[in-house]
Design a protein around this ligand. Structure first.
Ligand code: GDP
Ligand code: IMO
Ligand code: MG
Length: 444
């Protein structure tokens, strides 16, 4: 119980998600005692390729694939118990040991009515529901959510009385009473908003069903703040696995086109119970270009054959929803801002191999706005949609770099591209990924 507690490391996305956080977490996990998710829910889709086998993780931390490493779902995560149990079952069928998984009793539960509400809100915003008073006028658009109930679950968390936490699933009386109150409110809202009416939610049946799910999860439920503190006291090492990404952070992203949690590194303390000064290494993960799924501005988006070619080579189709990802050039203005917000102490540049074959590579270094040129990011979804990126053009490379394992072996143009990123952002690139497999990584 004496001595210094160990510092922690974090892996955080610096763009709009899908930067390859899962791959990096899996690569590092073996050196840690616990891998911790602190935000988001099943909106995340983290792909890990081990020995040619591909795993898609949504709620379970990617550390689960490393034997002996605790996989912790922290209090800041919103958990859909059905999806979680399905994910656990799938992992077990594939021979993965899931006994190391623990869930915070303070994590919030995503209920079926949250998913229904997510769907309904998106329909209203996209104008597909014909109700005079709720029609979108074209300024306020759908967010393009994953429809996993994330926003409504976080909204209920903040509302307090209408929320169910994982710990409540183990208290049948509390659960029933809460759900009776919650369902009467939800039913009133749903029937008022939905033109065709919706099936009313039966509180009693829901309470029974979720109490049963709670019994299945019970062996994994813990006070994870104490668990993590115990690990640190025993000189254990903790790795935080960010979900979603900094530009989707509810406070610092391209609001309102964001997710509903603090998906930057700023969410770690609140979402895990580990205080901020304990984190001494923050690896900001960034693709060598940009992608985005769903609505919202993306200044460097490509609508041409170059964008299509990058999408095809990078297999840019969502891990969670299968939607084609929007593709664009790397936006250094946004990246420098994201590195600042998340406090990145180093960068990991991923999918560099995908740029092979492009004659020229473009990097956005400032934005032209109605008020002039700026190299500062504009963290506002409406204002950002009006900017035009100003590009710097660099030479491309054509070699296949998927077999390269050292920085010096990279083509000169690729090294120059990485050096330019590093110089602009002011943060060292410590890791470069040149393929989905664990081995396809350059550690500098
Ligand atoms: P995450 O959400 O940040 O974990 O990222 P995703 O797993 O959703 O998306 C990243 C995709 O790129 C996955 O299909 C990975 O297998 C793949 N990937 C990761 N790193 C690399 C890389 O360096 N090169 C290539 N070609 N693919 C990669
Ligand atoms: P990972 O962890 C990419 C996006 C959605 C949508 C917006 C809000 O795999 O990087 P939500 O369902 O969270 O309310 O949707 O955020 N989004 C992601 N995009 N990767 C993710 O996670 C995302 N999580 C949310 O597409 O635009
Ligand atoms: Mg993903």
């Amino acid at each position: 119980m004496t001595g210094e507690k160990m510092g922690a490391t974090a892996v955080v996305g610096l763009q709009w998600g899908d930067e390859g956080k899962g791959k990096l977490v899996d690569l590092l996990a073996g050196r840690f005692d616990a891998v911790v998710r602190y935000n988001g829910g099943a909106n995340a889709g983290h792909s890990v390729v081990v020995g040619g086998e591909r795993y898609a993780l949504h709620l379970v931390p990617s550390g689960i694939l490393s034997p002996g490493v605790k996989a912790v779902i922290g209090n800041g995560v919103v958990v859909d118990p059905q999806r979680l149990l399905e994910e656990i079952a799938t992992l077990r069928e594939r021979g993965v040991d899931t006994d190391q998984l623990v869930i915070s009793d303070r994590a919030h539960v995503v209920m079926p009515y949250h998913k229904a509400e997510d769907e309904l809100r998106e329909q209203l915003l996209s104008g597909s529901v014909r109700e005079d008073q709720t029609q979108s006028k074209g300024v306020v658009n759908a967010i393009g959510t994953t429809k996993r109930g994330i926003g409504p679950a976080y909204a209920d968390k903040v509302q307090r009385a209408t929320a169910v936490r994982i710990g409540d699933l183990l208290r049948p009386d509390v659960l029933r009473e809460k759900l009776e109150l919650i369902c009467s409110m939800k039913n009133a809202v749903f029937s008022a908003l939905h033109p065709e009416g919706v099936e009313p939610v039966d509180a009693y049946a829901l309470a029974e069903e979720y109490a049963a799910l709670g019994r299945q999860l019970e062996p994994m439920i813990r006070d994870t703040a104490y668990l993590l503190d115990d690990i640190r006291r025993e000189q254990g090492r903790i790795l935080f696995e960010g979900a979603n990404a900094t530009m989707l952070d509810v406070d610092h992203g391209t609001y309102p086109y964001v997710t509903s949690s603090n998906a930057s590194a700023l969410g770690i303390g609140a979402g895990s119970g580990v205080p901020p000064q304990c984190i001494d290494r923050i690896i900001g993960v960034v693709k060598a270009y940009s992608t985005r799924v769903g609505g919202g501005p993306m200044p460097t988006e490509l609508f041409d054959a170059t964008g299509d070619a990058i999408r095809e080579r990078g297999r840019e189709f969502g891990t969670t929803t299968g939607r084609p990802r929007r593709v664009g050039w790397l936006d250094l203005v946004a990246l420098r801002y994201a590195a600042m917000i998340s406090g990145a102490t180093e960068l990991c540049v991923t999918l560099l191999d995908v740029l092979s074959g492009e004659q020229e590579l473009k990097l956005a270094t400032s934005y032209r706005t109605s008020e002039g040129e700026t190299d500062r990011f504009i963290a506002d979804g409406y204002a950002l949609s009006g900017v035009t990126p100003v590009y710097e053009t660099m030479a491309g490379f054509s070699q296949d770099i998927t077999g390269v394992r050292t920085f010096d072996e990279l083509p000169e143009a690729a090294r120059a591209y990485l050096n330019r990123i590093e110089a602009f952002v002011g943060v060292r690139i410590g890791i470069v990924s040149v393929g989905p497999d664990r081995e396809q990584t350059i550690i500098r």
